[in-house]
Design a protein around this ligand. Structure first.
Ligand SMILES: *Cc1c(COP(=O)(O)O)cnc(C)c1O
Length: 378
């Protein structure tokens, strides 16, 4: 048991009441008022015409890619610095993820690297809004227009983030979200696709529900999937949406407190924020420069763990993981910055109920570990 876990869920508000209502209504499966209400409210918030709720973020991505008719032989450009599900969803369609580097100023897809990776087989770009920071969508949409590609936003970590004042999820061809337990709003497991095309919406809903014809019950014109989300989960999401301003404001306070406390520690570099970005406060992330901090990222994590403080390394770059090593080696793209982030990036405990005292104790531990090491070196 950690004294301070790296993330924690707060469902102590309206969630119980909403979930109990859903249970009492007996609509516990995947139809019901809360599904419709969640889909409508989420679209309103994200400024899209519609939302399709899904079992989780990965099924949302897979379903969106199926809707975009991704097939074997196709390629999709994806950052190597992301959660593995972004690439897995591409592979579920038999297509090939093409791994490119991220921009040091955003930690998201570098548009120049994307352009260099386009081939005649490229069908789309998966714009991951990594660690809550939006990708440079204007640059990516411009490339998409030039080369005839679609852009799918993976906004799993970036709920309610803004790009030039506009909501993520509304900026590409479609957007996908995850409501896993460590995301900003959660239903334990859950996901959603945001979009503006009514024909695509109806196609995705058909695929989501076993491929059943919406006008002819138990007739199946296509091979579908069971990627539905339950009414009970949607009830929890409706409660989380009502509380979203409070949850986001509390997480922003945690971010501000960390920034204030860690700013002056040599060798600790904050997550960059592009001038056009209003990032979502997902996990507080920073980079450890072993030369000036005195300890490596892994040593810092061990030091924190010894004090009962959990933390997380950044994602292993996907091109270094067994399922993708070979295809990335064939692609031969420069992934230098991704590798640096993978080696030096750390996420500190972030959740809306984390107290000021706890943040101060985490920051004090980071200062103390460095001081001890520096004395040792001298
Ligand atoms: C969490 C996450 C997902 C997957 O979401 P699940 O709901 O766990 O399937 C996809 N992409 C990114 C970037 C994520 O962080």
């Amino acid at each position: 048991m950690w004294k301070i876990p790296v993330s924690s869920v707060d469902v102590a508000g309206l969630e119980e009441e909403y979930v109990v209502d859903a249970i009492r209504s007996t609509w516990v499966s995947s139809t019901g008022k809360s599904v419709d209400r969640f889909e409508q409210e989420f679209s309103e918030i994200c400024n899209t015409k519609m939302t399709v709720a899904c079992a989780n973020g990965t099924t949302a991505m897979h379903l969106a890619l199926l809707g975009l008719k991704l097939e074997p032989g196709d390629e999709v450009i994806v950052p190597s610095m992301t959660f593995i599900a972004s690439a897995n969803a591409i592979r579920y369609c038999g297509a090939e993820p093409v791994f490119v580097d991220v921009d040091p100023n955003t930690w998201c897809l570098d548009p120049r690297a994307v352009e260099a990776a386009v081939t005649p087989r490229t069908k789309g770009i998966m714009a991951v809004h990594l660690m809550g920071h939006p990708a440079d969508m204007d640059a990516l949409n411009r490339l998409a227009a030039i080369y005839g590609l679609w852009v799918l936003e993976d906004a799993a970590e970036a709920h309610f983030a803004k790009y030039k004042g506009r909501m993520v999820g509304s900026l590409g061809t479609m957007g996908t979200f995850s409501f896993y337990g460590n995301k900003i709003i959660t239903s334990g497991e859950g996901g959603a696709i945001t979009l503006n095309d009514p024909r695509m919406e109806s196609h995705l809903k058909t695929l989501r529900g076993h491929g059943m014809d919406p006008r002819r019950r138990y007739y199946f014109p296509v091979t579908g999937y069971n990627y539905r989300l339950t009414n009970v989960s949607c009830a929890m999401l409706c409660a989380q949406l009502r509380r979203r301003d409070e949850i986001v404001a509390q997480r922003r306070k945690v971010f501000a407190h960390y920034q204030e406390s860690l700013r002056t520690i040599p060798g600790i570099r904050m997550q960059p924020v592009a001038p056009w970005a209003e990032p979502a406060p997902w996990m507080f992330s920073c980079l450890v420069d072993p030369n000036s901090y005195g300890l490596s990222r892994d040593e810092l994590m061990q030091g924190l763990a010894a004090e009962g403080i959990d933390s997380r390394p950044f994602f292993h770059p996907l091109h270094q993981l067994p399922p993708y090593r070979e295809c990335a080696a064939r692609q031969k793209h420069d992934l230098t910055y991704t590798e640096q982030l993978g080696m030096n990036g750390i996420m500190l405990p972030t959740y809306n109920t984390l107290s000021s005292r706890e943040i101060e104790s985490i920051a004090a531990t980071i200062v103390r570990l460095r001081a001890r090491q520096m004395r040792f070196v001298a």
